[in-house]
Write a protein that binds this ligand. Sequence first.
Ligand code: MN
Length: 478
Amino acid sequence: MTLALRYVTHSEIGLVRKNNQDSGYASPRLLLIADGMGGAAAGDLASAVAVDTIRKVDAPIDGEGMLEVLAGAIHRANDRIADLVEDDYSLEGMGTTVTAMLFDGTQVALAHIGDSRAYLLRDGHLEQLTHDHSWVQSLVDDGKITEAEAAVHPHRSLLLKVINGQPANDPDLTMVDLRPGDRLMLCSDGLCGLVDDPEIEAGLSEADPDKAMAELVEAAHAEGGIDNISVIIADVIDDADSAAAAASKMVVLGAAANRKIPELETRIRPGAAIGAEDSTDLQRPPSSGQSPPADDEARYDPQPPKKGYPRRTIATLLALLLVIFAGLGAGYAWTRTQFYVGAEQDQVAIFQGLPEGLPGIGLSRVYEIQDLKVSELPVVYQEKVNATISVTDLSDARRAVAELMHTAGRCTEAPATASPTPTGSVSPTSGSKTPAQTPQPPATSPTPAKTATTSGSPPTTATPLPAPTSTPATKPGC
Ligand code: MN
């Protein structure tokens, strides 16, 4: 049986925010929500880039090949964001979630990164199809807090993984078989971060999709409407109902509908095969008014997802070398008040400075090698260390290390941490969503506590916990 999607869409600023950083796209074959972040800079740009890039794969593709196509498109979106940041460092820190579905008439391929969500309502029962890449979700997964606690956690907006131009941000990929009568829903956390699943299930159970949409948006408003709200509701119908299916036109939502994407500077990607074609890299729909020059397309030739970005790595290395040889640092006092935890060879180390420098201005050095090998940590923590862990100050860094040692089963005198729900460092409602691995410029730092503790006394049990990015574990100390 061949099925079709009949959908309704909605994207709005919400009741509090000043602009809409969500983007979305819906067509009979592709559904996509992207929730941009990056403070004042460019969250709307990041989500618009995701939509503009991923929509290029909106074409007939069958079966599990759709997964590869989506993964490739997300990879290209990530590359494009990296390139935009490289061209304009004021964009550093921008990123976006992506929840995307490609539909082939019987099933959808679902690709997901971040904390936007996809749900399936089948026979009146709501099932969440995606797993949030959020800090609080990791705490829930580890059994440290409950779902209910996660829903009101002050750091619930912090993400562990987004599309932000950095490597190793691979999406989760799954196939979902569909049946007539199924209802799919994609949304940004402006809905699902505020409205709990039972209420979403109730709203989504309203047969009329427009009424269901209205109920869901109303529910998000009732919870404060503190974030942008973007929702796609798609009913799976028998294709024979062609009139209904035809009612669903392609639509671009949110920031992607009007955000201009800067043209990239011309650059040559090493190893890019000239003229390489792939049936999955489709022409941009003619309606798009934001196409880069056609010859720029070669930069986005399909390529298998890969772990590293040689060009970025080389740029970072060059920046670091410049620092070492130029002996810079005196003029960058601020950076010396910044610390992070990372890996020095196989040793966990505290670094002073920022994980990534500015062009020509590398900004970090090893401050203190720790008596802890990265390889002694569980893999998930190895990844966190290798991606670098943000902390607010030196004592916070030491606490993060102590937590890591605890995790590694090498318990030392870790200061006891009083509560798994830190208070005071980030407002639950005002903080922008923040990709965890991204070094934050001061203006968009999610940890206002930083300034208060930079020169302060060592932490005590009364000190609020650092931002959650700093400590993968929040259990009390040893
Ligand atoms: Mn959001």
